[in-house]
Design a binder for this molecule. Structure first.
Ligand code: FES
Length: 165
C-alpha cells in the first residue's frame, strides 16, 4: 500500500481522469455564459427599440364610479383639464382649457372663470365675458363594463349632452 503521489507543495496530484470532468464543466459553464450574454443582448435590444417617451396625458381615461360624483357636483380634475358635472342622474365632462390662450379655468358660482385674462363662462361653458372666442368643449362620457366613468377627450360632443347613470 503506497501513499498518493504528492507535489512538492504537498498538494494532491490529480490524475487525468479527474481533470476531464472539470474541463467539461468549465466548457459547459462558458457555453451557458455565452448563451446568457446573447439572450441578454437580444432582450436589451428589444427593450431599447421600444419607445419610452410619453406624449402627454392620454385623452381617454377613467375618472371613477358615478357615486363619487354626487348630484350637484362640479369637480375639476386639473391634470386632465376637465370638469365633471353631475345634474341629478346625469353626468358630463366639460373642458377646463380656456379657449382664449389655454389657461385652466376654475369652476365658479356662475360657471367657470379664467384666472389669466378674465374670461367667464356659464355653467354649460358658454362665454359670458372676456376675450375667450368660443365656449368650452364637452367631451363624451361613457360607462365602462365594470361601472366606471370614462372620458374621451378625442370625442367632442354637443353642449348639453349628458350621460344618464
Ligand atoms: S387664457 Fe383664459 S382669458 Fe386668456
Amino acid at each position: 500500500m503506497g501513499a498518493a503521489p504528492r507535489t512538492i507543495e504537498g498538494r494532491e496530484h490529480r490524475s487525468g481522469e479527474e481533470q476531464i470532468p472539470r474541463r467539461r464543466f468549465l466548457a459547459w459553464l462558458s457555453g451557458v455564459g455565452l448563451v446568457g450574454s446573447a439572450l441578454a443582448g437580444v432582450f436589451s435590444t428589444f427593450v431599447f427599440m421600444k419607445p419610452r417617451a410619453t406624449y402627454g396625458q392620454p385623452n381617454r381615461f377613467r375618472i371613477g364610479r358615478p357615486e363619487e360624483f354626487p348630484p350637484g357636483a362640479r369637480i375639476a380634475i386639473d391634470p386632465k383639464r376637465v370638469c365633471i358635472v353631475r345634474e341629478g342622474n346625469k353626468v358630463a365632462a366639460i373642458s377646463t382649457t380656456c379657449t382664449h390662450l389655454g389657461c385652466i379655468v376654475a369652476p365658479s358660482s356662475t360657471g367657470f372663470q379664467c384666472p389669466c385674462h378674465g374670461s367667464q363662462f356659464d355653467v354649460d361653458g358658454n362665454v359670458t365675458g372676456g376675450p375667450a372666442p368660443k365656449s368650452l368643449s364637452w367631451f363624451q362620457v361613457t360607462l365602462t363594463p365594470n361601472g366606471e366613468l370614462e372620458v374621451d377627450k378625442d370625442n367632442e360632443i354637443q353642449t348639453g349632452t349628458y350621460l344618464s347613470v
